[in-house]
Design a protein around this ligand. Structure first.
Ligand code: MN
Length: 466
């Protein structure tokens, strides 16, 4: 078979899940998109590279889907989870013996979701449902070849299920639509899974209508340095059992006065912050509210104090850094660029500002946790220096050197005094202990927070005998 080569049909992005009888919904797999030509076997990536040699286990496609051209995704499933790292690892192997061994120890699966040709006859002009019928009739499932499951109509329910399983999202495909090679068509939509975070319930609003006996929305917060921070409300995603279960749990937690500040206007029934719920969301607004939140599940296995603000991601943590700077004036990085890093880098800047000081910055959670150390990092044991916590800096700052102009925040010259990596021995709310591997800074150090809540003062000193 040496018929035409097909470029995979592409999808547009939908903002939110939806339900419609005119659409089918499938899991959006996170893997390598591949068009498979059965005879002779050829499996081509989007860029047209041949992957047959890379994944010898997919040889079974020749017999299970004879004379077919399939569209699908190569995925690597481990313990029921989609392991993209392991898949990329396999994709990069070149030693044939290694490839052969991996095909047995870490086999991939080809998830076929469309059929483009059978017996040399193109099928792409046929409506989606007809192609799916042919796929189910002529393509047999095997050890490494499966057909994608599709459900019709109930996109929102399906999406909720997919999110619960930690999958990447949902593909929505319009019934009646042809296969459009290479086109980013509105007939295929991807609905990406939301991020999720574990939130503490601080109160609720009263329900109306069918929810009169339960509640309207839950008032959510996260913990930041021992205090609650309001992040919005969640009013959707509850089934009847959730509504009733949560209502009865909240009944025992009622508080006489507000347990959180910063909420929007409106009547709130306050509760003691003991209950944790996992909430999925689309993104975080500029003022730190969850956009499109929806309940995933009640979490009885997580403590409220462990529901910290840093779950919202590095982006959120850089808001104070960005708010203080005018990037048309300062040469400092904006924090908008993706940076490759080792995950445990540190840098110490010598900062000749109004007063000379040193800035210690350690990579954690996608940002640089930062302290200004007026007297520098102590080199001898027994000395304890003040270290004042400052706003998180972007990873781009690991390599930054330059002069911040007069009148700007932090005006003065910043030069790298030392940089390297560190190992964490302990990283707690009040104590951090690490081993630095730098040129000047090396060995075991501790940072201990002053015992005054809300204060940003720490002490840094050499720890142990290293
Ligand atoms: Mn500084």
């Amino acid at each position: 078979m040496t018929g035409p080569r097909y470029s995979p049909m592409l999808a547009r992005t939908a903002d939110a899940p939806f339900s419609s009888p005119d659409w089918i919904f499938e899991v959006k797999w996170d893997g390598i998109r591949a068009v498979a030509y059965a005879n002779p076997l050829s499996i081509l990536s989007r860029s047209g590279s041949e992957m047959v040699g890379q994944f010898p286990e997919l040889d079974e496609i020749r017999e299970l889907a004879p004379e077919c051209v399939l569209d699908g995704e190569i995925v690597l499933l481990r313990d029921g989870r989609n392991d993209i790292q392991a898949l990329m690892g396999r994709f990069q192997k070149s030693d044939p013996r290694q490839i052969e061994a991996d095909s047995r120890s870490l086999p991939v699966t080809y998830v076929a979701f469309d059929i483009l040709e059978r017996d040399g006859a193109p099928l792409i002009h046929l409506p989606l449902e007809e192609r799916r019928r042919i796929l189910e009739e002529y393509v047999k499932e095997g050890k490494y070849l499966v057909r994608s499951i599709a459900v019709q109509g109930e996109g929102e329910r399906y999406y909720a299920e997919v999110v619960k399983r930690g999958l990447e999202g949902v593909m929505a495909k319009r019934l009646g639509s042809p296969y459009e090679p290479g086109a980013r068509s509105g007939s295929w939509l991807k609905v990406k899974a939301l991020k999720s975070c574990d939130c503490v319930v601080f109160g609720y609003t009263r329900g109306e209508g069918v929810r009169a006996g339960t509640f309207g929305a839950l008032v959510l917060g996260l913990c930041d340095q021992g205090k609650g921070v309001y992040i919005g409300r969640v009013g959707t995603g509850f089934d009847q059992a959730d509504l009733e279960g949560i209502t009865s749990m909240l009944a025992g937690l009622k508080a006489g006065e507000p347990t959180l500040t910063g909420t929007e206007k409106g009547e709130i029934v306050w509760v003691h912050p003991r209950m944790v719920v996992e909430v999925a969301f689309h993104s975080v607004t500029k003022d730190g509210r969850l956009r499109m939140p929806r309940l995933v599940r009640i979490r009885t296995d997580k403590k409220p104090e462990d529901c910290t603000l840093d779950q919202l991601g590095a982006e959120q943590n850089l808001i104070p850094y960005q708010a203080r700077r005018d990037f048309t004036m300062t040469p400092e990085p904006s924090g908008k660029k993706a940076v490759e890093s080792r995950g445990n880098s540190f840098v110490v800047h010598e900062h000749r500002a109004r007063h000379l000081h040193y800035d210690l910055r350690m990579e954690r959670g996608g940002v640089l946790k930062s302290w200004a150390v007026p007297k520098g990092i102590p080199e001898a044991g027994g000395e304890k220096h003040l270290a004042v916590e400052t706003e998180d800096h972007p990873l781009e700052y690991l390599t930054f050197e330059g002069t911040i102009p007069e009148g700007e925040y932090g005006a003065g010259t910043e030069a790298i005094w030392d940089t390297g990596t560190y190992d964490t021995l302990e990283w707690g709310e009040g104590k951090i202990e690490v081993i630095f591997h730098g040129n000047r800074l090396s060995g075991r150090y501790a940072l201990v927070r002053f015992r005054r809540p809300g204060k940003k003062d720490w002490l840094i000193f050499r720890a142990g005998d290293s």
